[in-house]
Design a protein around this ligand. Structure first.
Ligand code: NAD
Length: 298
């Protein structure tokens, strides 16, 4: 299939490479020359612009930072028409960025008017999952649209869930990430308390992992350096899922909670903690670096 892939960062780069390895013809575009060079080295075609990438594409996949990037790309940002005007009628657009459900619905409506299928398909599984092709996709769209997308999603992920109508994938994603943000702060707090009392972080983590406090961070993504060899904590908190991206997702959860009058006290507190961590200069580090806020210094 002829695919345009736009947004080749920590997640999009490996996802595009997996589609290429599966035999699809992928034309990739990113605003960053570095990101383009990385996929070019893997044999992907690179485009001169987003418009160039989508010429003749049967499917368009986007993996961009936030709502404004997705809306600006597809609908335009005042400097000319958006990308929808350049995409062929009948094409399928899969947006895997984590953005506001309302933005997905707005873009989907404009796409429908142009005769283009649009689904939201945000992911979970981190950069490790993107590289291994084992991501979880949470899809918002019709049953028929999901079935169109499935063969492509299967090349990038291991689990594909139909969350509901367009936008529902985003809602599922922010519920999950709100829980993840809270769990990472809680796990960090518990390890920091144990270490302040002289416990070995590895030993304590193993006790909690196999006890009732066990969770995903203790299984795969320990925030304490040296506990999990491949976790960002053991690599100077480089790569992984940035603090600022977690802050964005917790903000989306809070906006949604305000709109629906939902009560999310721990989600609100977690947002404030990551915001303080970002302001302290850790926005570009992996979100598990939030443990630095909670550790005794010296
Ligand atoms: P990233 O910052 O590494 O990559 C985003 C890329 O988009 C960058 O290379 C940037 O240059 C490019 N870009 C921005 N605007 C563009 C435009 N108009 N045209 C072309 N390229 C453009 O981010 P990431 O970690 O890959 O995350 C992407 C999305 O996936 C975010 O919405 C994030 O919340 C979500 N996500 C990330 C993770 C993770 O672990 N990193 C996990 C799940 C979901």
């Amino acid at each position: 299939m002829k695919i345009a892939f736009i947004g080749l960062g920590n997640m999009g780069g490996p996802m595009a490479i997996n589609l290429h390895k599966a035999g699809h013809s992928v034309k990739a575009f990113d605003l960053s020359q570095d990101a383009l060079a990385k996929v070019k080295a893997e044999g992907l075609q690179v485009a001169a612009s987003a418009q160039d990438a989508v010429q003749g594409a049967e499917a368009v996949i986007t993996m961009l930072p936030a709502s404004q990037h997705v809306e600006g790309l597809f609908l335009g940002n005042g400097n000319g028409p958006g990308l929808l005007a350049s995409i062929a009628q009948g094409a399928l657009v899969i947006d895997s960025s984590t953005i506001a459900a309302a933005t997905s619905q707005k873009v989907a409506k404009a796409a429908e008017a142009a005769g283009i299928d649009f689904i939201d398909a945000p992911v979970s599984g981190g950069t490790g999952g993107a590289i291994a092709g084992t991501l979880t996709f949470m899809v918002g769209g019709s049953e028929a649209q999901l079935e169109r997308a499935r063969p492509l999603l299967e090349k990038m992920g291991a689990n594909i869930f139909h969350a509901g109508a367009v936008g529902a994938g985003q809602t599922a994603k922010i519920c999950n990430n709100m829980l993840l943000g809270i769990l990472m702060v809680g796990t960090s707090e518990a390890i920091a308390l144990g270490v302040a009392n002289g416990l070995d972080p590895k030993g304590l983590s193993e006790i909690m992992r196999r006890s009732s406090g066990g969770n995903w961070a203790l299984e795969k993504y320990n925030p304490f350096p040296g506990v999990h060899e491949n976790a960002p904590a053991s690599k100077g908190y480089a790569g992984g899922f940035g603090t600022d991206l977690m802050l964005k997702d917790l903000g989306l959860a809070q906006e949604n909670a305000m709109a629906t009058k939902a009560s999310t006290p721990l989600g609100g507190l977690a947002r404030a903690i990551y915001a303080a961590h970002s302001i302290a200069g850790h926005g570009g580090e992996d979100f598990s670096s939030v443990i630095k806020m909670l550790q005794k210094k010296g």
